[in-house]
Write a protein that binds this ligand. Structure first.
Ligand code: IMP
Ligand code: MG
Length: 168
């Protein structure tokens, strides 16, 4: 669906958009595991343009993937940085229903962040149920199950350097 070259080109643009949005010292909160490869490339691109990003990680899991979870997530790994009064940017692989981004944004605001922005590699707008609007989006994609570039299907295919569609 998206080649390695397209990803590299787009991520470089997204790094500039992050700086335009929150300035040259962004605090990135990357969501494990799916966003790890995207985050690594984004961080490198931020460095290339002279930004001084901080990086922290969260790992969350949705309660009952099949059922409507009204934005509830379980925090498996929390951030360590003090974000009181700071602008933070949530970095994730895919914006799907929006439940994850909504819940994580609310959590980061409750920790005192002055603003919580988002930088999502992929967006499936057709699947949205939560009331969230992403600030930065790499690629809008149709409602298909994708893998690669850190994104998995049952923990497989994360290693692919491109984003592909799983065929049944
Ligand atoms: P949501 O926005 O809370 O529904 O969930 C977004 C998360 O669901 C992403 O961070 C992925 O972990 C997962 N996800 C959604 N669509 C896909 C897909 O096509 N492939 C793999 N994971 C996906
Ligand atoms: Mg994820």
């Amino acid at each position: 669906m998206i080649t390695e070259e397209q990803l590299q080109e787009r991520v470089a643009v997204m790094a500039r958009q992050v700086v335009d949005l929150v300035g040259p010292q962004p605090i990135l909160v990357s969501l494990l595991k799916g966003a790890f490869m995207f985050t690594a490339d984004l961080l490198r691109e931020l460095g290339r343009i002279g930004a001084k990003p901080h990086l922290d990680f969260m790992r969350v899991s949705s309660y009952g993937s099949g059922t409507v979870s009204s934005g509830q997530v379980e925090v498996l790994l929390d951030i360590k940085e003090d974000i009181r009064g700071k602008s933070v940017v949530v970095v994730d692989d895919i914006l799907d229903t929006g439940n994850t981004l909504k819940a994580v944004s609310d959590l980061l605001k409750s920790k005192g962040a002055s603003q919580v922005r988002s930088c999502m590699l992929l967006d499936k707008p057709a699947r949205r149920t939560a009331d969230v609007t992403p600030d930065i989006v790499g690629f809008e994609i149709p409602d298909a199950f994708v893998v690669g570039y850190g994104i998995d299907w049952d923990n497989r295919f994360r290693e692919l350097p491109y984003v592909g569609v799983v065929k049944e």
